[in-house]
Design a protein around this ligand. Structure first.
Ligand code: SAH
Length: 360
């Protein structure tokens, strides 16, 4: 790894249930559990977020999504764009769609509280834009996309999409073939020819590689921990693991074996355009100055040397050893660079970016 890194994902909140109680409930109704989990998450203010050990990783992930969304919108420039945000959460990508100048957005999530927060964020944005004509219209739907056909819930029943964006969501569907297929159908079936299905999801190869290298059923660091139920046997569907971020027990997720997802997507006329690990995507995109400028604006990397890396050697110092070595190699005492802590990088480098395009 170079001195630079990235990061991902969902917010975290208190979870008063023990993992074992949680697991037995999961077997009863996994999807209800997912909805409850995300509904319970509080919206944390910027001040609290900036105290978090994953502050830069979150920003980095946001930058990754901004680049992915921005470049996809750019490919379709000149058309009136309708977008489906599948698993929209609290609307963290609303501003990205606004910047992209789209015309219509449909936001869907299984967690009703999140959908309402997304809706009110959108309403605020609308008010602030003083009813600017260019502000996109939007519809908000609470639905389990692994069980229901979205088309039945659309205000405009014959609406077709130019883009479906599915950020940090698709892995929840790989519990069973029927669920994974329904989510894929919702993502792809209503895409126009030439339209894109884009997203981010954990890389099964990376997860299994780290699991196999571990002495136990678990691996991670202070920032994240992944725990599997077993080793050596990885079913194509329902291969469950638990992902903890910042010590908070998260809901179970499922391995997404990408070649299988690709095969399933081909049934909906989808061709894989790009599949890149976060590290690869980052290294390619950071070369472009407009992406780099956005990265600075979004505080997606921590300045080094900086607050955490100065002073006597400590645990923190180990977290930034890669950056220190990079500076030493450069042989210039005055050099400053952008980085993520080792722990943040290890957490975020699990993920991959995908882009599919609808052929017919
Ligand atoms: N895309 C957002 C949120 C990611 S968190 C972002 O990038 O910030 C994952 C989201 O997936 C949660 O909001 C969760 O409620 C949603 N989700 C999980 N399973 C789902 C399902 N079956 N149908 C719809 N949404 C689902």
């Amino acid at each position: 790894m170079d001195a630079l890194g990235d990061g991902t994902k969902r917010c975290c909140d208190e979870d008063d249930e023990s993992p074992s109680r949680k697991r037995s409930k999961v077997q009863v109704d996994h999807n209800t559990n997912v909805a409850n989990h995300y509904n319970r998450l509080q919206e944390t203010g910027l001040a609290a977020r900036s105290q978090s050990r994953i502050f830069f990783m979150r920003n980095f992930n946001n930058w990754m999504k901004s680049v992915l969304i921005g470049e996809t919108v750019e490919k379709l420039r000149g058309r009136r764009l309708s977008v489906l945000d599948l698993g929209c959460g609290k609307g963290g990508d609303l501003l990205k769609w606004r910047k992209g100048g789209i015309d219509h957005l449909v936001c869907v999530d299984i967690a009703g509280v999140s959908v309402e927060q997304c809706r009110s964020r959108y309403e605020d944005m609308r008010k602030r834009s003083h009813r600017d004509e260019s502000m996109f219209s939007a519809q908000f739907i609470t639905a389990d996309c692994t069980k229901e056909l979205l088309a039945n819930n659309l205000d405009q029943p014959d609406l077709k999409f130019d883009i479906c964006s599915c950020q940090f969501v698709y892995h929840y569907s790989f519990e069973s073939e029927a669920k994974a297929d329904m989510m894929l159908r919702n993502a792809c079936e209503r895409l126009k020819p030439g339209g894109f299905f884009i997203g981010t999801t954990p890389d099964a190869y990376e997860l299994v590689k780290r699991l196999e290298a571990s002495d136990s059923l678990s691996f991670g660091n202070d920032v994240y921990r992944v725990t599997f139920d077993g080793k050596g046997n990885y079913p194509l569907f329902g291969c469950q693991y638990h992902f903890n971020l910042e010590q908070v027990v998260d809901v179970p997720e499922f391995l997404v074996y990408f070649p299988l997802m690709e095969h399933m997507a081909s049934r909906y006329g989808m061709r894989l355009v790009t599949k890149q690990r976060f590290s690869e995507f980052y290294q390619e995109k950071v070369k472009l100055s407009h992406h780099r400028n956005l990265m600075m604006k979004m505080l997606s990397l921590e300045e080094f040397p900086g607050e955490h890396s100065e002073g006597p050697p400590s645990e923190d110092q180990d977290e930034y050893r890669h950056a220190r070595e990079h500076c030493d190699r450069a042989g210039n005492a005055g050099i400053r660079l952008g980085t993520l802590s080792r722990s943040e990088w290890e957490a975020t480098s699990i993920y991959l970016v995908f882009i599919f395009q609808k052929m017919s």
